[in-house]
Design a protein around this ligand. Structure first.
Ligand code: FES
Length: 147
């Protein structure tokens, strides 16, 4: 099968990465020259627990096809229980996505330590492929039509 790279859909993914673990893991992936798709725009946050669901919805409403929230592994959060809060918020977020008719696969929560550059690259790769198979979200366009 021949893939036409010129017309292939390239998902736009926004990544909210906790600075202590996931962002450093992403940095390590780059420093280690691990190849992964360039579809993600990383945004450094202090803790995954600071990622309010409204930030995720705003990213989707302004053109992102998917959002990755990545933080320290459970038990490793630098603010003790920030990622425990993330888990609770993520469940709420999934319900909100369902109400808006957005596939839950478009938003992922993952744990990446500072030494897991390879894991970060694999997550971005699998997320890019999964969202590519779902197609563009076009939520921005739909919201403009509804307004
Ligand atoms: S500091 Fe990384 S998830 Fe809280």
């Amino acid at each position: 099968m021949v893939i036409d790279l010129a017309t292939r859909f390239e998902p736009k993914i926004v990544g909210f990465l906790c600075r202590w673990c996931a962002y450093t893991g992403a940095d390590l992936a780059g420093l280690s020259r691990i190849n992964y798709p360039p579809n993600i725009t990383p945004i450094r946050v202090n803790c995954s627990g600071r990622v309010d669901p409204t930030l995720v919805l705003k990213a989707l409403a302004t053109g992102a096809d998917g959002v990755l929230i990545a933080g320290c592994h459970p038990g490793d959060c630098h603010y003790i229980n920030g990622n425990a809060k993330t888990i609770r918020r993520f469940k709420l977020l999934q319900r909100l996505l369902q109400q808006f008719g957005i596939e839950k696969e478009r938003v992922r929560l993952e744990w990446v330590s500072a030494s897991e550059g390879g894991r970060y690259a694999r997550i971005v790769e699998s997320m890019t492929e999964e969202i590519r198979s779902l197609g563009p979200l076009n939520w921005k366009k739909e919201m403009a039509i509804a307004a």
